[in-house]
Design a protein around this ligand. Structure first.
Ligand SMILES: C[S@@+](CC[C@H](N)C(=O)[O-])C[C@H]1O[C@@H](n2cnc3c(N)ncnc32)[C@H](O)[C@@H]1O
Length: 272
């Protein structure tokens, strides 16, 4: 990945490090009717904290994608079908997973904008999208959230190649910020280092409990600077996982291509 220059995003000032944001306690009810009390940060203000809104992000990023991998909001695996070779190579790289784990869907531009607001992302943050697909959220984190480093890790070589083609086009158009890093890696997410990561997104709706437990174990051991993990399924109710080092901070919804109006999203604070 070449070094990237020219700032395209001017960020709103963020709260000084160490300042404790206000918390509230509220009762949340999951889709399956389970109620529980959570202490959560007050929802970020509705006002956009980034200088670029979702439409502006879409206008910059979307033309960089191949015609057949343009974002479409619908259910199911709507991206170009992976070849049998790519599926076999992906499964060889992560033998514990089934083909179902390769199912596709992604954050909408609005959903990703909201996610950046919820996580209060800014220039001190290193964001990892683990299972980054075509890389839209990683690219948006770079361009819109203005994070120090955005990294996407994707198992499918074909999706990774499409993501890298989009980044190359953005680079050719001078639309990337060379003062910050943007990396799209083809790898099994269990093999990463994550020392720098401050926030990690796990789009884990098609992964099984064993794999999610392994991913959390990797993050607990290696992501020493991690402050927040976002999942789109509740770790306890969906996977039976209650990691002692994570505290549910917020349950909210962000737009996904299969649910543009909002799909649940769980923000866990690292409390070790
Ligand atoms: C539902 S998509 C999420 C896309 C992306 N996070 C977004 O929101 O724009 C999940 C992705 O995880 C990838 N994946 C599954 N298992 C993986 C693994 N072990 N390592 C890296 N990526 C994986 C799949 O190939 C798929 O592209």
């Amino acid at each position: 990945m070449p070094a990237l220059a020219t700032a395209v995003v001017a960020l709103a000032p963020r709260a000084p490090r160490g300042a404790r944001p206000p918390r509230t306690t509220k009762t949340i009810t999951s889709r399956d009717g389970v109620r529980c009390e959570v202490s959560q940060l007050a929802e970020p203000p509705a006002r956009l904290r980034f200088s670029m809104d979702a439409d502006a992000a879409r206008a910059v990023i979307e033309p960089a994608f191949d015609e057949d991998s343009r974002q479409r909001c619908m259910s199911g695996d709507f991206t170009p079908a992976l070849s049998a070779e790519d599926i076999a190579a992906a499964r060889a790289m992560s033998p514990g997973q089934t083909e179902f784990a390769l199912t596709y869907g992604e954050l909408t531009y609005e959903g990703c904008t909201r996610l950046g607001e919820i996580l209060a992302m800014g220039p001190d943050d290193v964001f990892y999208d683990l299972g980054s697909g075509l890389g839209r959220a990683t690219i948006q984190a770079h361009l819109q959230w203005g994070v120090k480093r955005a990294v996407g890790v994707e198992l499918s070589a074909e999706r990774s190649a499409q993501a890298r083609r989009a980044v190359e086009r953005l680079e050719q158009n001078g639309q990337l910020d060379h003062s910050r890093r943007l990396d799209l890696v083809c790898a099994n997410l269990l093999d990463g280092g994550y020392q720098e990561a401050t926030a990690v997104y796990l789009c884990c709706c098609c992964w099984d409990s064993t794999f999610v437990a392994q991913a959390l174990e990797v993050l607990e051991k290696r992501a020493v600077n991690l402050r927040q993990i976002v999942t789109i399924e509740p770790l306890d109710r969906k996977f039976g996982l209650r990691p002692a080092w994570l505290t549910l901070k917020l349950e909210t919804r962000v737009g996904q291509t299969w649910a543009p109006e909002g799909y649940p999203c769980y923000v866990y604070e690292v409390t070790r």
